[in-house]
Write a protein that binds this ligand. Structure first.
Ligand code: ADP
Ligand code: MG
Length: 440
């Protein structure tokens, strides 16, 4: 089926998209369904979010009802060799890895993770967990923060580092929904004992995106037991969540409290310098040379998440490669214009005003009004400064949108907020949170 689907997709999609995302997939038949193996998590996620719907339709069309999943790795017959190389001393029993076939992606390391203020603590925590797995000071380790900020990357890096230090280490990576699927399958097949036993044999469990457990009571309970068993066995547990677990509705209180037993560290959106470094590093990985000014341009335009930065770099390097052109400023502007436009359209001054008012619990009318009390004036300034930062509007235009204020008032607000943020951590946090919210 896959060759047929691919052929069809080639007629529907731009060529560079096909060669970047779809050609690298290796298809395998399994249990009457189709598994598409991606070379890394990035391709997998991209395929899942952008192409999977269409692929499913096509597969259904050609093959009448077969299910499709996308995973990382290689088809089973080829997978055995590389996967086991890392474990020469005590090869993991097949059962541990087999049913999950979603293992630590070797591509992600601490070396290719760019450190900055926003992720420094998370990086250090993951690094310590890899150096001394199971120690109480960082077990369990929980990394939390918005999407595309490097949580999974750090988790993989920790897993790879554990194996580098101890090639016999058995590290199991599972996305939470894989845990859920596998657990349910074991219930149906009456193999829950086997399911449970798998966790006894590992040294570290990396479990990704636990917010997915919300509202799934039976799975949470099972995870709770798994967690306790691992914790008592001094096996390292690393988890990620898209926000602080206490804020996740539908997670059981006793599980929430357990999650916080060890070390919980936030990961924030990277600042401008870090974003520029990431751009350069990702481009280098793809064998492309970017001028610094292009890296800065991308870092300036794309703020919210690293996955988007990566999308821009992919697009840029792929097109430069296809056309055989060097990546100049003009080329970058031209190639990425659509991406910028999509971003800009998403964020309007009105959106910003509303988000800021909501954030501070104010009425929009109050916030835009004339009153100068600090509880109104400060949010008003934040909103003006954000409008300058996130849109392409001029100072006078922003002034007009803020109840007809003068452009000097807007300029003053921008400067004031910049200066205040240097010493006021809370304000800085408000700023980062608002940017994240607006860029979603
Ligand atoms: P999350 O799990 O938080 O949603 P990921 O770990 O999947 O995010 O990161 C998304 C992409 O961004 C990955 O390709 C990852 O390599 C990259 N990335 C994120 N942060 C960094 C960083 N600090 N340095 C290098 N790459 C990063
Ligand atoms: Mg992730």
């Amino acid at each position: 089926v896959w060759p047929a689907c691919l052929q069809r997709l080639e007629t529907e999609l731009p060529q560079d998209e096909v060669s970047m995302w779809l050609k690298p997939l290796q298809a395998d038949r399994r249990d009457g369904g189709l598994v598409l193996y991606a070379p890394n998590a990035f391709v997998r996620d991209e395929v899942q979010s952008r192409f999977l719907e269409r692929i499913r339709e096509l597969v259904r069309h050609f093959d009448d009802g077969a299910e499709v999943v996308v995973d990382i790795g290689a088809p089973r017959r080829i997978a055995a060799a590389p996967a086991n190389q890392a474990l020469p001393a005590r090869p993991a029993p097949a059962a541990v890895v087999e049913p999950f076939h979603g293992n630590v992606d070797p591509h992600y390391s601490f070396d290719n993770f760019v450190e900055g203020r926003s992720n420094q603590l998370a990086r250090a925590a993951a690094w310590h967990a890899a150096q001394k797995p199971g120690e109480r000071t960082h077990n369990p380790l929980l990394l939390y923060g918005g999407t595309g900020l490097g949580k999974t990357h750090l988790m993989f890096a920790a897993g790879n580092e554990m194996r580098r230090l101890n090639p016999a280490a058995r590290v199991l990576y599972l996305r939470s929904n894989t845990f859920y699927d596998a657990f349910f399958r074991s219930l149906q097949e009456k193999t829950t004992d086997q399911f449970k036993r798998q966790f006894q044999k590992i040294d570290a469990l990396l479990i990704d995106d636990i917010q997915f457990f919300a509202g799934k009571d039976r799975t949470q309970e099972e995870f709770f037991h798994t967690f306790n068993a691992l914790f008592e066995g001094r096996q390292q547990i690393i988890m990620t969540c898209d926000r602080y677990p206490r804020e996740v509705d539908g997670l059981e209180p006793r599980l929430k409290s357990r999650l916080g037993w060890g070390l919980s560290v936030a990961i924030d959106p990277p600042d401008f310098e870090t974003r520029a470094q990431i751009v350069l590093s990702k481009a280098r990985e793809r064998g492309a040379v970017l001028p610094d000014e292009v890296a800065q341009l991308i870092a300036k335009k794309m703020r919210s998440n690293v996955r988007e930065l990566e999308g821009a770099i992919n697009k840029l390097t792929a097109q430069a490669g296809l056309l055989g052109r060097p990546v100049t400023m003009e080329f970058a502007q031209e190639t990425l214009r659509d991406l910028w436009r999509a971003q800009q359209q998403a964020i309007s001054i009105a959106n910003i005003q509303k988000a800021v008012a909501d954030y501070y619990g104010l009425q929009l009318r109050e916030m835009l009004g004339k009153k100068r009390t600090r509880s109104l004036a400060r949010p008003r300034q934040v909103a003006m400064a954000l409008a300058k930062e996130l849109t392409e509007h001029s100072l006078p235009e922003i002034g007009v949108a803020f109840d007809g204020r003068d452009h000097t008032t807007v300029l003053h607000a921008c400067r004031q907020i910049r200066t205040l943020m240097e010493s006021d951590g809370n304000l800085h946090e408000d700023w980062d949170k608002l940017i994240r919210k607006l860029s979603e």
